[in-house]
Design a protein around this ligand. Structure first.
Ligand code: UGC
Ligand code: NI
Length: 162
C-alpha cells in the first residue's frame, strides 16, 4: 500500500505550527549599513534548552529526486534546528505533528531558492533533502550532552510527489 503525499507551497502561515520560514521577503525591519542592507530582524524562534548551546555545522547532503520515498522521520526533543542553504538549491521540508509519540501524517513543502527554515523543538521532520547539488547548508542547532535525537522508521514509506 503506497501512502502518497503531495508537496504544498511553503508559506510562513502554513509552516507556523512546525517552525519559521527564513527569507528576505516582505518589508525589512530596518535598513542598515548606510542604507545598503535590509535587515529582516530576529526571524527564528531559536531554542537550545537550559544546558545546551548554539552551534553552526555545515551539512553537505546528497541531492534526491522526486518522487521521494520517505522512510525515516526524526525529532530533536532538546532544541530547534535551522537549515540555511549556502547555494540556491531548493529542498524538501517534510514535517508532521506528534501523534502519541509517533509522527502523524506528514506534510511536505518545497522551498524556493535562498529560503531557509527553522524547525521548532520536538517537531517531527524528514532529514535534510536537497533536490539539487550542491546540497550545502549551514545548520544551527543545539550542541549539548544529550543525543537529542528520536528516529522513527516508516513502513510502509510515504511517497512524496510534486
Ligand atoms: N542528524 C542530523 O544532524 N541531521 C538531522 O537532524 C536532519 O534533520 O537532517
Ligand atoms: Ni534534524
Amino acid at each position: 500500500m503506497t501512502r502518497n503525499i503531495t508537496i504544498e507551497p511553503l508559506s510562513a502561515s502554513s509552516f507556523a505550527p512546525f517552525g519559521d520560514v527564513l527569507d528576505a521577503s516582505g518589508t525589512p525591519d530596518k535598513m542598515i549599513n548606510a542604507g545598503l542592507c535590509a535587515r529582516h530582524h530576529d526571524r527564528a524562534n531559536l531554542d537550545f534548552g537550559p544546558d545546551g548551546r548554539a552551534g553552526i555545522s555545515i551539512f553537505n547532503a546528497e541531492p534526491r529526486a522526486l518522487p521521494y520515498s520517505l522512510t525515516l522521520m526524526e525529532r530533536h526533543p532538546d532544541g530547534s534546528q535551522a537549515f540555511l542553504p549556502m547555494s540556491d538549491a531548493a529542498f524538501l521540508v517534510i514535517v508532521a505533528a506528534d501523534d502519541n509519540g509517533q509522527p502523524g501524517t506528514p506534510r511536505a513543502f518545497l522551498t524556493t531558492p535562498h529560503q531557509g527554515i527553522n524547525l521548532h523543538r520536538g517537531i517531527w521532520h524528514g532529514v535534510l533533502t536537497p533536490l539539487k547539488s550542491p546540497g550545502i547548508f549551514a545548520v544551527v542547532d543545539r550542541i549539548g550532552g544529550t543525543a537529542n535525537l528520536e528516529e522513527v522508521h516508516l513502513d510502509p514509506p510515504y511517497l512524496i510527489n510534486a
